[in-house]
Design a protein around this ligand. Sequence first.
Ligand code: FNR
Length: 182
Amino acid sequence: AKLKLAVIVGSNRTGSINQKLARALIDLIGERADTHMIKIDDLPIYNMDHEGNRPDVVNRFTREVAACDAVLMVTPEHNRSITTVLKNAIDWGSKPAENNVWKGKATAITGTSPGAIGTAVAQQHLRQVMGILGALVMGGEAYIAFKPELIGEDGSIAIDDTKAFLQDYIDNFLNTAKKLTA
Ligand code: FNR
């Protein structure tokens, strides 16, 4: 069966550069997976008071993640960590512990920012959080320093060596995820 791949973008910003990068990565995945962007910007702030009576949007979110074999996270860096909107979504997905949707999930992490280190610190934090939740986070690293010319008019990666690097990262992830879900 085709790999079912969820793509989660850690930004709720209109015109997000990470949203753009995620779309370009979906192009690099092509027909090799059934790829589905999962919305997280409509989730309320996590509050344990809602456990037992979770909002519909939260149940929709956890159902969508649970239905996927693998997750690709594309996150900005906020104050040298992951964004609130992404951490919030991760927290909803992690509880209750017996329904933790991240456990055993093949996961790849990337992200872009205009800063020189291209979300490296945020990605390290994300790797730790997903690791303790039992996600199978792929090794390697893909820190993408954003420049306006990175993504072309057609939405694809327009810098050849970055495109080749990301194609290799994605190919490796798809191969790893297939092995893990076989
Ligand atoms: C930022 N930005 C940022 N960039 C970075 O490289 N390292 C950082 O620690 C931060 N910190 C940070 C904090 C906050 C509160 C904001 C709003 C922004 C800049 C950030 O990379 C930029 O806003 C990107 O455009 C975010 O990605 P999206 O939302 O466009 O995908």
